[in-house]
Ligand binder design. Structure first.
Ligand code: HEM
Ligand SMILES: *[C@@H]1O[C@H](CO)[C@@H](O)[C@H](O)[C@H]1NC(C)=O
Ligand SMILES: *[C@@H]1O[C@H](CO)[C@@H](O)[C@H](O)[C@H]1NC(C)=O
Ligand SMILES: *[C@@H]1O[C@H](CO)[C@@H](O)[C@H](O)[C@H]1NC(C)=O
Ligand SMILES: *[C@@H]1O[C@H](CO)[C@@H](O)[C@H](O)[C@H]1NC(C)=O
Ligand SMILES: *[C@@H]1O[C@H](CO)[C@@H](O)[C@H](O)[C@H]1NC(C)=O
Ligand SMILES: *[C@@H]1O[C@H](CO)[C@@H](O)[C@H](O)[C@H]1NC(C)=O
Length: 384
C-alpha cells in the first residue's frame, strides 16, 4: 500500500504544482491555433488536447445545380453567448443557418461540405481556401478551426498571447488588408462589420452599378480600397497569399450572394446588407447554378494593376516585392505558402502534430490554383 499511497500523494503534489505554475494549460481552447507556439509551449499544450485523425475531404456534390438553401432545415438564428463569427460573411452566414456548427467552430471537412452545399463553391477553391486557412489559423491536433476572432483565456504566459490568437484573423497571412467591409488591422478592429466601409461599398455600387454590386463595381472598389490603404495605412501589406484572396473575395458577392436562378450577376444592397451585416440569407435564397470559384477574378486588377508588395516605409511608399507570387506564378503561391508560411509557423513539428500537418498538406495540394500539372507537391515534413 505504501508505494501506491505515496505515488498518489506525489501525483497530487505534481498536479497541484503544475496547476500553480501553468495555471491554465488545461484551458487551452481546442480550436485555438498552434501556429507560432514554441516547442516548450507545444509540449505543454498538446498532451491536454483531444488528438484526432484529420477528417476525410468531402466529395464533390452529387447534385451540383441550384436549389433552395434557406429551407426549413436551415433557419437563421441569432447569436447565443459565446458563438463566434468573424471576417468571412460566407462562413458567418453558413454558421448562422446551421450549415456549419452554430458556435462557429468547425473542422476543415465540415467547412468544405458546407460551402459546397450552401453556396455551391467548387471543390478546388473550397479545398485551397479551407486548408490554407486551417494550416495557418486552425488546430491540426484537434482538427478544429474557429471562423472568428480572438479566443480569450488561452492562459499561456503573457509573452505568448499573441501567438495563441485563434481563428481566421492571423494578420497578413490569411486575414488581410484592404477588405471591403472590415478595416485594416493597423486601425484596430480588423474583423467586425464596419459600417463606414460598407457605406463605401454601397456608394460604389450606386455610382458604377446602378445600385447593384457587379463586376464593374468590384474592380472600381478594389482599386479604391488598395489606393486607400496605400495612402492611410503605413503598414499596408499586399503580398501573397493576401494578394490573391483580396481579388478573389471581390468576386465572391457576385458569384455566391446572387440567387442561382438570376442570370444577371448583380447583388442588391438589401441583400448585401443581409449577408455582410446580419450573416443571413435573403428569404427564398437559392445557391449558385453550378459549382463556381473566383470567376471573373482576372478583370478585377484591370482597373488598377499593381504588383504584389507593401508600404515599405510609411504611407505612400508602396514597393513591389518580387519574391511574392502573383498572377503569373500560381505555383509559387503554393510553394511559398507551404515552404515559408506554414514552415515558419511550424518549424519542427513532432508526433501527432507532424502526422496531422502532413495529412493536411496532402489535402491542401489538389486545390493549387491553376492545377497541379506543373506544380510538384512538396513535403516539408517528409511523408508518412
Ligand atoms: C471555403 C472556406 C472559406 C474560408 C476559410 C474563408 C475565409 C475568409 C477570410 C479569412 C476572409 C477575410 C479576408 C479579409 O478580408 O481579411 C474572407 C473574406 C471573404 N469571404 Fe470567405 N472564406 C471561405 C469561403 C467563402 C465563401 C463560400 C464565401 C461566399 C459565399 C466567402 C465570401 C467572402 C467575402 C465576400 C469576403 C470579403 C469580405 C470583405 O472584404 O469585407 N468566403 N473569407
Ligand atoms: C455537375 O454534375 C454533373 C453530373 O454529375 C457533372 O457531369 C458535372 O461535371 C458537374 N459539374 C461540375 C462543374 O463539377
Ligand atoms: C472603419 O473603417 C475605417 C476605414 O478603414 C476606419 O477609419 C474606422 O476606424 C473603422 N471603424 C471602426 C469602428 O473600426
Ligand atoms: C485584429 O483585431 C483584433 C481585435 O480587435 C486584435 O486583437 C488584433 O491584435 C488585431 N490584429 C492585428 C495584427 O492588429
Ligand atoms: C454594372 O452595372 C452598370 C450599371 O447598370 C453597367 O453599366 C455595367 O455594364 C455593369 N457591369 C457588368 C460587368 O455587367
Ligand atoms: C434578394 O435575394 C432574393 C433571394 O435570392 C431574391 O429573390 C431577390 O430578388 C433579391 N432582391 C433583390 C432586390 O435583388
Ligand atoms: C522547399 O524547401 C526545401 C527545404 O528548404 C527545399 O529543398 C525545396 O527546394 C523548396 N521547394 C520549393 C519548391 O521551393
Amino acid at each position: 500500500m505504501a508505494p501506491f499511497n505515496s505515488s498518489l500523494t506525489l501525483f497530487a503534489f505534481l498536479a497541484g504544482m503544475s496547476l500553480s505554475i501553468f495555471p491554465a494549460v488545461t484551458a487551452f481552447p481546442a480550436h485555438a491555433s498552434l501556429g507560432g507556439l514554441s516547442e516548450r509551449e507545444l509540449d505543454k499544450i498538446i498532451p491536454t488536447l483531444n488528438a484526432v485523425l484529420p477528417g476525410k475531404v468531402p466529395p464533390p456534390l452529387k447534385f451540383n445545380g441550384t436549389k433552395l438553401v434557406y429551407d426549413k432545415a436551415h433557419p437563421w438564428q441569432p447569436l447565443r453567448p459565446g458563438d463566434i463569427r468573424g471576417v468571412c460573411p460566407g462562413l458567418n452566414t453558413l454558421a448562422s443557418h446551421g450549415y456549419l456548427p452554430r458556435n462557429g467552430i468547425a473542422t476543415p471537412a465540415q467547412i468544405i461540405a458546407a460551402v459546397q452545399e450552401g453556396f455551391n463553391m467548387e471543390p478546388e477553391t473550397a479545398t485551397f481556401v479551407t486548408y490554407a486557412a486551417f494550416l495557418v489559423d486552425g488546430n491540426p491536433v484537434t482538427d478544429l478551426l474557429s471562423i472568428g476572432g480572438k479566443t480569450k483565456g488561452t492562459g499561456l504566459d503573457p509573452d505568448s498571447e499573441e501567438a495563441s490568437v485563434a481563428g481566421l484573423n492571423t494578420h497578413a497571412v490569411f486575414e488581410g488588408d484592404s477588405s471591403m467591409t472590415r478595416a485594416d488591422a493597423f486601425f484596430g478592429d480588423n474583423h467586425s462589420f464596419n459600417q463606414t466601409l460598407f457605406d463605401q461599398f454601397v456608394d460604389y455600387s450606386n455610382r458604377y452599378g446602378g445600385g447593384y454590386y457587379n463586376l464593374t463595381v468590384a474592380a472600381k472598389l478594389r482599386a479604391q480600397l488598395i489606393k486607400q490603404s496605400i495612402a492611410t495605412n503605413p503598414k499596408f501589406e499586399f503580398t501573397s497569399p493576401r494578394f490573391f484572396t483580396a481579388y478573389a473575395e471581390s468576386t465572391f458577392p457576385i458569384n455566391f450572394f446572387v440567387d442561382g436562378r438570376n442570370p444577371v450577376r448583380a447583388l442588391s444592397m438589401t441583400n448585401a446588407t443581409l449577408f455582410f451585416r446580419d450573416s443571413k440569407f435573403p428569404k427564398d435564397f437559392w445557391r449558385a447554378a453550378a459549382p463556381i470559384g473566383p470567376k471573373g477574378i482576372q478583370h478585377i486588377p484591370e482597373e488598377y494593376p499593381i504588383k504584389a508588395g507593401r508600404n515599405a516605409n510609411g504611407v505612400n511608399t508602396y514597393t513591389a516585392d518580387p519574391t511574392s507570387a502573383d498572377f503569373s506564378s500560381l505555383c509559387l503561391l503554393y510553394t511559398n505558402f507551404v515552404n515559408q508560411t506554414v514552415k515558419s509557423l511550424y518549424p519542427n513539428p513532432k508526433g501527432i502534430l507532424r502526422r496531422n500537418l502532413i495529412i493536411n498538406l496532402r489535402n491542401f495540394y489538389p486545390g493549387v490554383p491553376g492545377g497541379t500539372a506543373n506544380c510538384p507537391e512538396i513535403f516539408p515534413y517528409g511523408k508518412l
